[in-house]
Every structure is written in C-alpha cells, then in structure tokens.
Design a binder for this molecule. Structure first.
Ligand code: SF4
Length: 375
C-alpha cells in the first residue's frame, strides 16, 4: 500500500504565518500542470507497482484549480499507477473557493474527503493571519459542503495566536463542533523565520504567545474535543471514530509515498527525496525529463529516530518490541534512566511494550523524542 501527494504551489495571497512553498502569481499555472502530469509519468516506477491507497492534493491551495484540472491529474494517476482501489482522495480547500458546482464536480471525480482551511471563525484573527476568507465565507462553505453530502470532512484550526483569548478559542471550538466534521486538525501557531510573522518577531512588531498560554490552549482543545467524542490519535489530529486521516496516518506508519510537484517529498523506505521548492526551476527540469530533487539515503539510525519522533506523537505510541525486532535497538536499556524519569514525572507511561506520552508530555514531544534519539 502506498500514497501519492500532489503539491499545487499557488495561493490567492500569502498568509502571514505560512512557510509552505507557493506563489501568488498564477501565470505559470498551465506549465505547472503540464509538469505535474509529466512528473507522474517520470516517477511511475517509484512505488514499484504498490497499490495506491490514498491520494492527497495539498499545497498551496489546490481548490484554486478548475475541477477539470484536478480531474486531469487523477486520470494521469490512474494511467501510471495501480490506482483502481484508492480508498481516500483528499482535497485541501479554502472556504472562499467552495461553490456548489465545484463540490458536485469534486464528488463526481471521486474526491471523498475535504480538508477545509478554516483556522478560526473570528474575523479579526482571520485578518491578522492574512487569510483570504472571512468568517461568513467559512460558515457558508461548511454549510454547502454538508449539503453536498461529503461525509468525511476535516477542519483546520489554529490556536495560540497573539490576541486570541481563551474565550475566542472556546468559541472557535464550539462553532467547529457544531458542524460535526469527521476530523479536526488543531495546530499551535508556530512562527517560522521566512514569513511575515517571522519578520515581525525579529523587528519587535509581534510578540509570541507565552508557553503557559499555549499550553492552556492545547488543554482546552484536547478536553473540548474529547467531550465532543473526538479521539486524539496524533498530537494535532482528532477524529470521530473511524475517521482517522488515512493519508497522514500512512506517513506516521512509515508507508511509502510519492510526492509530486515543487517542494514535494517522497519516501520509499530506503531514501527520502525532496523536489526543488521553486516553480520555474521545477518546470524547466521536468520539461527536460529530469526530476529536480535531492535524495537523502536513510541510515538505520535515521529510520529509528524517525520512528521514535512520529510514533510518540500518536495514540498507538512507540513500540519498543518493534524497534528491537526491526532494528535490533533496545531503547529501554539504552535510555532506561531517562524513560524512568519521564514515567516519574508523568510525562510518559509504559503499557506492555509501548511507550506513550501523556497530555503533559505531548507539550514536550519534540524534546522528548530528541532525547530518545540514537546519536
Ligand atoms: S492558503 Fe495555505 S498554503 Fe496558502 S499561504 Fe495560506 S496557509 Fe499557506
């Protein structure tokens, strides 16, 4: 089983916090779509005939594309890959792109999961984040999506935004759960250097939310969503029973995937591949029949560390027996003293052979994982 990710590198405007690869100039949309089609053909053997289980359109803003442009990509995938039994096709959509015509076309072509970039229902915060939509468009899009009959819908929310009070966050959660989406991704706002917020932070125009407030927001998200029957299966991801995102879960479970488009990543168990994050360079290289990517061969140490990093973030936890069997790595004896400290501080718990982080431990997930790495 494997997945395909398609990166559509265009957006209407730049959100102040975003460090994904995208351009707001759509002049090269047609050559980009031609290059994506050609890369699918050039990479047809990357997954070695594995059955495609999931397809994910991300970006950027794939909902900017005309329905027929998305359909053409799906047809190209069908042509070159074992994609007759795909279970989940996700499209990331922004509220301001949603129309009844597009919804109907998306359903007809087999898209069965929408991931909607709501972020917040608060107009002042949407403006501050520099989103292209407002709260009224957010409500209208979710209403239309429900009426169009999509059963599998994910809403993205952001918390720990400067100026976002606890009450504002509770209101966002109340409004989001009112729509009963099958899935909610709730991300703590991080300030990345090459973004407008990163620049503002450097020049003193923006102050980061303090750790205590961010932790309080995280606990509010977790407890509110739990009270509404959402299971936290990954630190930032919550689903109603049976609606875990299959595509993202496959990343966390080390399944193979192919990423197509500028800045997309691929993984085949032996190496990671990163496409160039530059639209023109990507188009030029693909036109000449070469894939502009950097390949990083993975060592056993890389694989162990990757497993520790991702599994600790999930509800299925880090299986010590898996590390032992697959990599002959005995994490309990290598890091026994540190793990005992985590247990004593109630940052982690050990059930049978599996190490889990507690809610408090999840706030420190990156540091704990790094402390458990093989060096
Ligand atoms: S719409 Fe998404 S990808 Fe585009 S700038 Fe905003 S957050 Fe980034």
């Amino acid at each position: 089983m494997a997945g395909i990710y398609i990166h559509i590198p265009f957006c209407k405007q730049a959100c102040h916090y975003c460090n994904f690869h995208f351009r707001t100039n759509l002049r090269f949309k047609q050559p980009m779509l031609a290059a994506i089609a050609k890369e699918l053909q050039l990479q047809k053997n990357y997954l070695q005939g594995k059955k495609i289980q999931t397809i994910y359109f991300g970006g950027g803003t794939p909902s900017l594309l005309a329905a027929e442009e998305i359909a053409a990509i799906l047809i190209t995938i069908q042509k070159h890959f074992a994609a007759t039994e795909v279970q989940e096709i996700t499209l990331e959509v922004n509220p301001d792109d949603v129309t009844q015509d597009k919804l109907s076309a998306w359903r007809t072509m087999g898209i069965n999961r929408l991931s909607v970039g709501i972020q917040t229902f608060n107009d002042a915060l949407l403006k501050y984040l520099h989103r292209a939509h407002n709260a009224a468009q957010a409500f209208a899009s979710l209403q239309m999506i429900a009426e169009a009959g999509f059963a599998n819908v994910s809403i993205d929310l952001i918390y720990a935004i400067a100026g976002q009070s606890e009450q504002m966050l509770q209101q966002d959660l109340a409004l989001a759960t009112q729509f009963a989406p099958s899935h909610i991704s709730a991300y703590c706002l991080t300030i990345e250097p090459n973004t407008a917020f990163g620049h503002w932070l450097k020049t003193g125009k923006l102050h980061m939310v303090d750790d205590d407030t961010a932790a309080q927001h995280f606990h509010t998200v977790v407890s509110t969503l739990a009270a509404n029957n959402y299971q936290q299966y990954e630190i930032s991801n919550f689903s109603l029973p049976g609606f875990q995102a299959q595509h993202n879960t496959s990343y966390w479970q080390q399944h193979h995937y192919l990423g197509i488009g500028p800045s997309a990543h691929s993984y085949n168990g032996k190496s990671r591949q990163h496409n160039v994050a530059h639209n023109q360079q990507y188009i030029t290289h693909i036109a000449s029949g070469t894939i502009p990517s950097t390949v990083e061969a993975l060592t056993t140490t890389d694989n162990i560390n990757e497993y520790i990093m991702t599994s600790l973030r999930t509800s299925w936890g880090c299986k010590t027996s898996y590390l032992q069997t697959v990599y002959q790595y005995d994490i309990l004896s290598t890091h026994g003293t540190y793990i005992q400290q985590l247990l004593n501080l109630q940052l982690a718990c050990l059930e049978d052979d599996t190490l889990f982080l507690t809610q408090q431990g999840k706030l420190l997930a990156d540091k704990i994982a790094a402390d458990l790495f093989v060096v």
